[in-house]
Design a protein around this ligand. Structure first.
Ligand SMILES: [Zn+2]
Ligand SMILES: [Zn+2]
Length: 237
């Protein structure tokens, strides 16, 4: 029985809760705080919950599990702090909306050209895309493809510059805005893959009908044919 009780009520680590010293500064909100949430850091109750939700259930410094009970409540924000917070929220929202407008624009204008630069290997996510697109080879392949599609070099250069800024701001964007970006990439690649399959089918069809294909043989399908170049390099996708 005694054993059962012990296993049901794990003792709190000795550093948890009210600090033995006079306290310090909450690592989340930077206000005075007299309770520890882990072996190394002071946190208020709400701040510890935020830390667990947004970062990790474990402290990044001491690796201890972050406690979220028996901690001091966070102090009420002052009027000035509330004003600043609301101002920052508005700024964040404006930035999110501005990026989303960009992303919608990129759907048709940009992603088909980017997909060409990645015809041999797709990026595994936004981070990989940012990394590869910071490299000269990928930029050149993208820019060339973009101009082959009849679009301007300036537009390609603007996109590369925007992507650099986006890679720095990406983590601060809202989950919704980040998901709009991801959806755009996924659609762009799916669309390009579909076009490639159609182009390969068309080329095979025309070849069956009229022997070897010349660029003039397929009226009105110049874009489809040039896409098939990418397909032959991309293998079986
Ligand atoms: Zn706090
Ligand atoms: Zn810690």
């Amino acid at each position: 029985m005694k054993r059962l009780l012990l296993s049901c009520t794990p003792a709190l680590p000795r550093w948890a809760g009210r600090a033995a010293d006079e306290g310090g500064t909450c690592v989340v909100c930077q206000h005075a705080c007299a309770t520890r949430a882990c072996a190394c850091s002071y946190m208020h109750q709400k701040c510890a919950a935020t830390y667990v939700k947004k970062f990790s259930p474990h402290c990044s410094m001491c690796q201890q599990k972050v406690q979220t009970a028996n901690l001091d409540p966070a102090p009420e924000p002052t009027r000035e702090e509330r004003r600043l917070a609301s101002e920052q929220k508005q700024l964040r929202r404006a930035r999110d909306l501005a990026w989303r407008a960009h992303f919608h624009q990129w759907d048709v204008a940009i992603w088909p050209s980017v997909a060409h630069a990645f015809r041999f290997q797709r990026p595994s996510g936004a981070r990989a895309l940012f990394l590869h697109m910071s490299m000269q080879d990928y930029q050149d392949a993208f820019r060339q493809r973009h101009m082959d599609r009849g679009r301007s070099r300036d537009e390609a250069d603007d996109f590369i510059a925007s992507l650099l800024v986006l890679s720095r701001e990406f983590d601060a964007l809202s989950p919704k805005t980040r998901s709009v970006f991801h959806a755009g990439i996924v659609r762009g690649f799916a669309f390009t893959a579909q076009r490639r399959r159609e182009a390969v089918d068309l080329e095979a069809h025309l070849r069956r009908r009229s022997g070897p294909l010349t660029p003039h043989a397929a009226e009105g399908s110049a874009d489809a044919l040039s896409l098939s170049d990418g397909a032959s390099g991309a293998g079986s996708d």
